[in-house]
Design a protein around this ligand. Sequence first.
Ligand SMILES: [Zn+2]
Length: 224
Amino acid sequence: MLAALVLLATLVASCGTLPGSPPDRAEPGDAASRGTPCESNGDDFPGDVLLARCLTEWFWAQRFQENDAQYRPITRFVAYQGTDGPDCGGQAAVPENAFYCPIGHFIAYDAVWLKAMYDQLGDGAVYVVIPHELGHAVQAQLVGNFSFNVQRELQADCYAGAALGGLIQAGVLSAEQGDEEELLINLQAAGDPTDVWWTPDAHGTPEQRQRSFAQGYTEGVVTC
Ligand SMILES: [Zn+2]
């Protein structure tokens, strides 16, 4: 918990600079699954991917329930390699991407690409990309009114931050201080950079993305 508080302080103090890293890993068989339906221990890449998805959906199911609504879990969670991903409404999946497809309500990710980021940049990669895409799955269940796609993307970053912050506060994820560049780099790479059904280059600047993520992390879902 101390680590979480340190991370929180780092994020709060980080306007214009690099925020702290997202949860570095969940403790195996410890807090990771306590009180949650998530059994993965986040020990390795496949485990972290499963845990990030499970905990984030668990987080949103609770938030929806608090508002007398029911969160609708994604129908599929598809790992692909390069060009062999599922299409979305006739649009082919592209390499080095992760995306939420509203048609079918599923998420797909290039596992080779995500694993490479995980290996190079740290396991925070998974805890940025997956919650961001699940943020789009949440948006699809809410009434959204965005003038610009960048707003949609920044809200997904905010939702990702809110989910991670909430999970840390709930004690089901532990945060460790890590390389501060990790989060920035991961936010820059956090999925759907080439979605054709959103305007290209409309994800926001790295600074905007950091700010949105940190806002959700520190202030919660309602500020997103
Ligand atoms: Zn996105």
